[in-house]
Design a protein around this ligand. Structure first.
Ligand code: ADP
Ligand code: MG
Length: 438
């Protein structure tokens, strides 16, 4: 009985990327089961290996080690019983909405007349009735994502995998589409037996899933699991809902490592390069000022997300930055200013810059960037060159974002200058005397 209910089982899954001294463990020893009838959310910060796990589960990628069992049998190759919806769904621009759904059915050998009937029905169910003959370019992002859902569901997958399916949408479209998916799922009107949704949005996970599997990064691993026995439809303001959200915040934010580990390595060094969190200095200053005004210089992370009007993911990134720079400590879902953070919040603009400067110089990525600039002729570098170097460490879009954040922080700290017209990064020539000694 219990054996039959088990749809998917991951046993000791690990995944490494890179080679030689640059090899790093992206996912370490993940064990996970998904039962018939379950909606599970896989929650964790960016880079913890969520997409990697989904690719392994659907058979798009073979893990470095470990076993994937589907209905008790080892998975070989792509899993024909699973479908996956990505953050931005790649539709064929030259096909109509209807044809985009039919194409998935054709690929599975469904005969033509049945294809059309089924595709029309699905488009109707996701609320795209009347758009069958439209082309993707005529649709909003939310509607395109609906076509993506219809296409994934057209093949009637037993296991539906969703990789941050709502995160590229505006707030209203995302909320509407969440509701529609939940309606299809809870009413049992789709043959799908289980859903595994990757997200980094805490509220979304608590709103939709029966169980949350919490991951953390460096290395990517499961750190907690938690059942959500709340009935549907869930009320975001309900005290029980808020209690679960608070609990998850506590789990995610409570995982802090000793500083040496946390600092990681620089580009080119062995190991996994420590990425800069994508946060602007303004956002960080806003957080620290807010905390400085709070009683005891501390606040509940969950409340902060409401007070500062930022989503959970942005807030955790901000909190992570504050902690990385030594401005705050995080424990059990609370964030608290350190004396340094308090000093920063109360300091004037020049003192702030100086504090920030001494802190970011410690970060491996900055050390690397500054030493590259120092060695370059004229102490300047084409930003293109820096980005290319970063692309050895990060996927291209992430490399671009890393560079953007480094420039934003470095300019504020007056460690570097950036000239938009020739796209060069310069080492600031006149660094204050106090800095030279450091
Ligand atoms: P998430 O989806 O949780 O953001 P990913 O699974 O995309 O995480 O990535 C986990 C880690 O593995 C990240 O550090 C990412 O840069 C790295 N990574 C992912 N895919 C590859 C790849 N094909 N080659 C090298 N590194 C990769
Ligand atoms: Mg991902």
């Amino acid at each position: 009985m219990a054996q039959d209910a088990r749809l998917l089982e991951l046993q000791h899954i690990s995944q490494s990327y890179g080679a030689g001294s640059r090899q790093f463990v992206a996912v370490e020893d993940v064990n996970l089961t998904l039962s018939d009838g379950e909606f599970v959310a896989l929650l964790g910060p960016s880079g913890c290996g969520k997409s990697t796990l989904l690719r392994i589960i659907t058979g798009l990628q073979r893990p470095t080690s470990g076993l994937v069992l589907y209905r008790g049998r080892p998975l070989h190759g792509v899993n024909p019983n699973a479908a996956i919806v990505f953050q931005t769904f790649a539709l064929f621009p030259w096909l109509t909405v209807l044809e985009n759904v039919e194409v998935a059915l054709k690929a599975r050998g469904v005969p033509a007349p049945i294809r059309t009937t089924r595709a029309v029905d699905l488009l109707d169910r996701v609320g795209l009735d009347g758009f069958e003959t439209a082309y993707p370019r005529e649709l909003s992002g939310g509607m395109r994502q609906k076509v993506g859902f219809a296409r994934a569901m057209a093949v009637e997958p037993e296991l539906l995998c969703l990789d941050e399916p709502f995160s590229a949408l505006d707030v209203l479209s995302a909320e509407a589409l969440r509701g529609e998916l939940l309606e299809l799922w809870t009413s049992g009107s789709i043959p799908t037996r289980a859903i595994l949704m990757v997200t980094h949005n805490i509220e979304e996970a608590v709103f939709m899933a029966d169980r949350i599997v919490v991951m953390d990064k460096d290395p990517g691993r499961v750190i907690a699991e938690l059942a959500i026995p709340l009935p549907h439809p869930r009320q975001r303001k309900h005290v029980d809902f808020l209690k679960v959200v608070d609990e998850v915040y506590g789990i995610l934010a409570g995982q802090t490592e000793p500083e040496q580990v946390e600092m990681g390595s620089a580009p080119g060094e062995p190991g996994h390069t420590r990425a800069l969190p994508h946060v602007t200095v303004n956002q960080l200053a806003g957080l620290l000022e807010h905390l400085a005004e709070a009683p005891g210089d501390r606040a509940d992370l969950y409340r902060l997300s409401e007070d500062l009007k930022v989503d959970s993911d942005s807030l955790l990134r901000l909190a992570e930055t504050a902690e990385l720079l030594g401005f705050a400590t995080i424990a059990k879902g609370d964030i608290m200013l350190t004396p340094l953070g308090e000093t920063f919040a109360e300091a004037g603009i020049l003192a702030r810059k100086e504090i920030f400067r001494t802190r970011i110089r410690r970060l491996p990525l900055f050390k690397w960037l500054l030493s590259m600039l120092k060695a370059a002729s004229g102490q300047r570098l084409q930003s293109e060159i820096v980005r290319t170097a970063l692309e050895l460490e990060f996927p291209p879009d992430e490399a671009a974002r890393q560079l953007e954040t480094a420039i934003n922080w470095g300019r504020y700290a007056e460690l570097l200058a950036y000239d938009d017209s020739d796209e060069r990064i310069y080492l600031e020539p006149t660094q204050p005397a106090a800095e030279k000694a450091a």
